[in-house]
Design a protein around this ligand. Structure first.
Ligand SMILES: Cc1ncc(COP(=O)(O)O)c(C=O)c1O
Length: 403
């Protein structure tokens, strides 16, 4: 790698840090010839449940599997409607569709980029009614049941779960958390009077261990977390062809198990996760200070009730494309999460949304820029990023009062 380039993330540095332990853990699996399930998977499930502070973690094949299984096991039914946000990775809505439901979007809050409780409430008030007999929320135009809401804890910061919880309670909706970017993030719940970790608030939650995540495998991997033993049991069956024991199938399921070699890798890496999250928070604070006085840049807001784990550090500027091009010329890699909101994707034309349906998500998609963020990011690298942004702002942007 060109040493002058500042990478977007640096998985390589992590691997070097623990190469011996990783090779040993992988070697143990090779020698056991147990490539499916086994003690490494069970160990990881135990460690991850402990990390999240929940009763059960069930290892599955990916974050997408995790979300699909969490939805099905929680009771989302064929033909239901499930509410989520348009500014997320498509896996969120794919999982809803794959669970047999129809995704419905509500816009996000402009300051946190996460689901807006106000918009969620407005949607339910204007489009749905609660059936007096069944107590189920029904979508008035179609008569379909609205059964769940999927807040996404985007970039490592949790959505406002007290507010979403109050609305979900009022309408009898299940909450399934998309925590795929939020390993270890926490939320201060005024209702419960304590800090709660991502993956412990909803009926179930989904995590991804895609390699670039705060906790990443060396391939595909994911987990469902829950405090509900019945959901945990159903997820275990769903991931393994609906089997309750070998060749006894309670239902049709999927091939969605957590690979044993990936579990062995995760068992080594999870020991570092608290430390890495701390370092990410420190890096975020350093960026906040360095970028504070650069005028057209908006740094991420962390409300008092949130403790982000900064999977991504995302700034905003109206000159995003120009800035991204400039940083590239300076050898600074950046990312866009995400450039096109889901309702504007070709894949979702049939849902009937149009440009203008979700103005906040649409605006954010044009203004967001993810800066390099990883635990071993150095002070010098961050200073270079900040200097480059300052240079860009001085050289290319008109002073505030000029057109
Ligand atoms: C918000 C969100 N949801 C779901 C997923 C799906 O996870 P996976 O790629 O492990 O299937 C991801 C992964 O990128 C994600 O970022």
């Amino acid at each position: 790698m060109d040493s002058d380039i500042i990478p977007f993330s640096d998985i390589n540095a992590q691997v070097q840090q623990m190469e011996t332990s990783l090779m040993q853990a992988i070697g143990d699996v090779l020698r056991s010839s147990k490539f499916i399930s086994g003690p490494a998977v069970e160990q990881f499930e135990h460690l991850f449940a402990e990390f999240c502070t929940c009763r059960f973690a069930i290892g599955v094949g990916s974050g997408t599997d995790a979300l699909r299984f969490a939805l099905i096991a929680s009771g989302v039914k064929q033909g239901d409607m499930v509410i989520t946000v348009p500014n997320t990775f498509i896996a969120t809505s794919e999982a809803i569709t794959q669970a047999g439901a129809i995704p419905v979007f509500v816009d996000v809050d402009e300051t946190t980029f996460n689901m807006s409780g106000k918009k969620l409430n407005e949607y339910l008030e204007s489009n749905c009614f609660v059936d007096e007999v069944t107590a189920q929320t029904i979508h008035t135009p179609t008569g379909r049941a609205v059964s769940a809401v999927v807040p996404v804890h985007l970039y490592g910061q949790m959505a406002d779960m007290d507010e979403i919880g109050r609305i979900a309670d009022k309408y009898g909706l299940m909450i399934i958390e998309d925590a795929c970017q939020a390993h270890g993030a926490s939320y201060y719940s005024k209702e419960r009077g304590s800090w709660l970790r991502a993956g412990t608030i909803g009926k179930a939650a989904a995590f991804s261990f895609y390699p670039g995540k705060n906790l990443g495998a060396f391939g595909e991997a994911g987990a469902v977390t829950t405090n509900d033993p019945a959901i945990a049991e159903t997820v275990k069956m769903l991931r393994d062809h609906g089997q309750i024991k070998k060749y006894f199938h309670e239902m049709e399921g999927y091939n969605g198990r957590l690979d044993t070699i990936q579990a062995a890798v995760l068992n080594v890496k999870i020991r570092y996760l608290e430390r890495w999250n701390r370092l990410r928070r420190e890096r975020a604070e350093a960026y906040n200070a360095l970028l504070e006085d650069i005028s057209p840049i908006i740094t991420p807001l962390e409300p008092l009730w949130a403790r982000s784990v900064y999977h991504l550090y995302v700034i905003r500027t109206a000159h995003r494309d120009m800035l991204q091009g400039f940083l590239k010329e300076q050898g600074i890699e950046t990312g866009l999460h995400y450039p096109v909101p889901l309702h504007q994707q070709k894949a979702y034309r049939a849902l009937g949304y149009r440009t203008g349906s979700f103005p906040v998500s649409e605006k954010l998609s044009k203004e967001i820029l993810s800066l390099p963020m990883f635990p071993s990011l150095t002070e010098q690298q961050q200073e270079k990023v900040a200097q480059s942004i300052r240079l860009f702002s001085r050289e290319y942007l008109p002073p505030k009062n000029q057109k």
